[in-house]
Design a protein around this ligand. Structure first.
Ligand code: GLN
Length: 457
């Protein structure tokens, strides 16, 4: 990571990043550019450097913040109309940690509203364009963050991954994207989607940068009771036994040919290096997508109930009593996909259907957790595609929710199981679109997983 020093000042780094952000305006990456704030912070760091004072490990490094992380700099909208005008009084723990090391937020990035989606087309501010083909989607929900790194505007960006929102856009734009073990990084101050699967992670161009960011971000946070003690920085380097699993159930017609062949080639290369490739049967994974699209909407419905037109930004002016105030505000402020999830969520939680849907999905989730545990008795890591296809065309799936949900078929099981996954860029299709593979490890293996990704380079 290029940090500031006496010769290359933080102000220079920040101004360069802001200029690039302006240059790539057409891509619709940012919902807010932090011009004044970022330059002021850069000058503070430069003053410290000039005085010979100690600066952090990320001194003067410009970064992009997904617009669902709270901080008082700019409005935090989660790309949703209902949060337009909301300035947060608090700062997310991860943001605090990054900035304590000297990182400087140059802008907030576009996402599917409330992180619901796989293309960034569900944003109130319109879609972000793919870094490699402007007619294609950036992936989602962290599309803006992925493209900001892919186009070299910043060296890193933050993301949230509830079911693939870091890994899928990373793979669509040819960068690294990590969804850490659940509980590794604090969720405090991040707009909640589904509290039992939300994970905070990063986009980078190298595994070294990813490791550095994780060593800054990880650790227990008294403000998030689901965080784990800092296993990341306590990890002992492991010598893998050398067994890599591939999931038989994912090798089928649903997956794009070029992605399948990229996976095959990587496996062959690993075999040449002396790794053993083990075929895994993981039959419970076929329930992952269905279970995810019951459990996550249930949590979404409950997390989004706080946006009522009373406590946060938007308030409909068409209302003359409390009920219609709620109704009109929520109707005007949420995107169609947000509404769909709220309705599904309330349905699967309703007393008549709870047993048939939510409880069943929870049981399927347990099977999936166990299946991963069993798999990691046999192998050190698992290698799979991130998604069934490379970046698809804008508009291709946005009106077909099921087609869009199917995008997540390979990513969501990791969130249900809480295991870490790293999207690794491994090449391109004939037409020049990036291909990503997903490296999966057991819970708390994040550090060694990132290191192992080097083997795929
Ligand atoms: N695409 C998935 C969904 O729409 C994942 C979203 C996410 O990880 N935030 O639910």
């Amino acid at each position: 990571m290029k940090t500031a020093n006496k010769k290359v000042t933080a102000e220079r780094l920040v101004r360069d990043a802001l200029e690039k952000a302006e240059f790539f305006r057409d891509y619709n990456i940012f919902t807010f550019l932090n011009k004044t704030g970022a330059i002021q912070k850069a000058r503070e760091i430069d003053a410290k450097i000039a005085k010979g004072e100690k600066v952090g490990r990320l001194a003067g490094v410009p970064y992009a913040l997904k617009d669902n992380f709270l901080s008082p700099e700019g409005e935090t909208t989660a790309s949703a109309h209902i949060l337009e005008g909301f300035t947060s009084p608090v700062t997310a723990t991860v943001v605090e940690k990054l900035e304590a090391e000297g990182a400087i937020m140059i802008g907030r990035t576009n996402l599917d509203a409330f992180a619901h989606g796989s293309s960034t087309e569900n944003s109130y501010y319109g879609p972000t364009l793919n870094a490699f083909d402007q007619e294609r989607v950036a992936g989602g929900s962290s599309g803006g963050s992925a493209v900001a790194v892919a186009l070299d505007i910043v060296e890193f960006a933050t993301g949230t991954d509830t079911g693939g929102s870091i890994r899928q856009p990373a793979s669509f734009n040819g960068v690294y994207g990590l969804k850490p073990t659940y509980g590794c990084n604090s969720r405090y101050g991040v707009v909640a989607m589904a509290s039992s699967t939300d994970c905070i992670g990063f986009f980078t161009k190298t595994t070294e940068d990813m490791d550095l960011l994780m060593s800054v971000a990880s650790g227990q946070d008294p403000k998030d009771m689901t965080t784990l003690p800092d296993f990341y920085n306590d990890t002992k380097p492991s010598k893998p036994r050398g067994r890599i699993g591939v999931i038989k159930d994912f090798d089928n017609e649903l997956v794009n040919k070029e992605i399948r062949s990229a996976l095959k080639k990587k496996c062959e290369a690993l075999e040449k290096k002396g790794y053993e490739i083990v075929e895994l049967e993981m039959p419970a994974l076929k329930y992952a997508l269905a279970a995810y699209y019951i459990i996550v909407p249930a949590e979404v419905a409950s997390n989004l109930s706080r946006y009522d037109g009373v406590r946060y930004a938007l308030r409909s002016d068409k209302s003359d009593d409390l009920d219609s105030l709620y109704e009109n505000t929520r109707n005007e402020g949420f995107m169609p996909e947000n509404k769909r999830r709220i309705m599904i969520g309330n349905f699967v939680l309703s007393s008549g259907f709870y047993d048939a849907y939510f409880l069943k999905a929870a049981k399927a989730r347990t099977l999936i957790v166990k299946e991963y545990e069993k798999a990691f008795e046999k192998v050190d890591y698992i290698l799979t595609p991130v998604s069934p296809s490379p970046a698809f065309k804008l508009g291709e799936k946005v009106n077909d929710p099921i087609a869009m949900y199917l995008e997540d078929v390979m990513s969501v099981s990791l969130n249900l199981a809480g295991v870490p996954g790293l999207a690794v860029p491994v090449g391109k299709t004939k037409s020049g679109l990036p291909i990503g593979l997903q490296l999966v490890g057991p819970r708390r293996s994040d550090k060694n997983l990132i290191k192992f990704a080097k083997e795929l380079e």
